[in-house]
Structure formats: structure tokens, C-alpha cells
Design a binder for this molecule. Sequence first.
Ligand SMILES: [Fe+2]
Length: 190
Amino acid sequence: MRNKNGAAAALPSVNEVLSLLVGGGGHAYFGEPVTVLEHSLQAAWFVRQNGGESSLIAAALLHDIGHLMHSEGEDAAKRGLDTQHEELGFALLEDHFPPSVLDPIRLHVAAKRFLCLSDSDYLSALSYASVESLELQGGPMNDAEAEAFLALPHAREAVALRRADDAAKVQGLAVPQLDVYRAILESLWR
Ligand SMILES: [Fe+2]
């Protein structure tokens, strides 16, 4: 795995993960009114407020870390490019977290495609940027794809993460900062 500067990205500690979020997360988040870091903190907070497990809180905090691993810029979808950030994030973290963290991260884009099929109100409530990337990501699932998705481990957790992801775009919302999550990440780290 390489970071956006082309250097090998090693994550020997939770501190490295937090540094990556702080260092790269200050950029605008793909047409949304929040930065990647603000978006990640809001997503983690919403999962926590909803009584989510520690592993899902961690997944929410880290779900978009793959966006910090490519250099395509926030207009990638406008250029017709799917950066597959969910796979980049999974690859970066896979040696260090259990499947209960990794699977929802890897599946949070599939969960969007699933919700487009299963929730009739979902698509109309999606942000402009999320709709823009949807077709590049495969568009809404069909019934067979949805059935296969639900059979995957942690698919329902991925849907819960996706709900928090979609809500976590509130400009100026004050939420707890990264240090609140350090102990959770440490407890899951391996
Ligand atoms: Fe996100």
C-alpha cells in the first residue's frame, strides 16, 4: 500500500492511524460541506450515539481512510473515476483490525447500493456527491445482488455504518474529537 505521496504506508500503531486522519483529513470531502476528518468524527459519533459496538464505532471513524490513500482529488467522480476507496482502506488496515471493523469498511459502498434498492426514500435523500459516485460504483443493487450482499459477514453492520456515513455531513456540527476514540482503537488493534 502506498500513500498519496507514493511512500509506503505503514501503520505500526494507533498513533499512525490517528496521524493519518489528522494529516490528510483536513481536505474538503468530495463536494460535502465538511472535511474528511470532520466527516469521520461525525460518523463515529452517530454510531456511538446509536449504541453501536466498539468495532462499528472504529469502522465509522476509519471508513473513509482510503480517500487519504489516493491522489485523484475530490473531483474523481466528476472525471468518471471510482477510486475504490473502500478497498484501499481495507488493504491499509487489514493486518491490524478484526473483521468486525474491516468488513463494514469494505462494504460501506455496497451498503449504499443495497439501500438504494431496499429503502425507497434512500436515494432521494442522498447527497449530490453520493449520487454522482453511485453509478460509478455499480448503481442500485438488483434483488440477486442484495441477497448476496446480506449473506456476507457484517453486512448489517455495514448498513448501519452507511446510515451514519450519510448523516455525517453536517457543516459546523461539534462532536468529540479523535482522542475520545484512542482507547477503542487500542483495544481492537492487533
Ligand atoms: Fe463516508
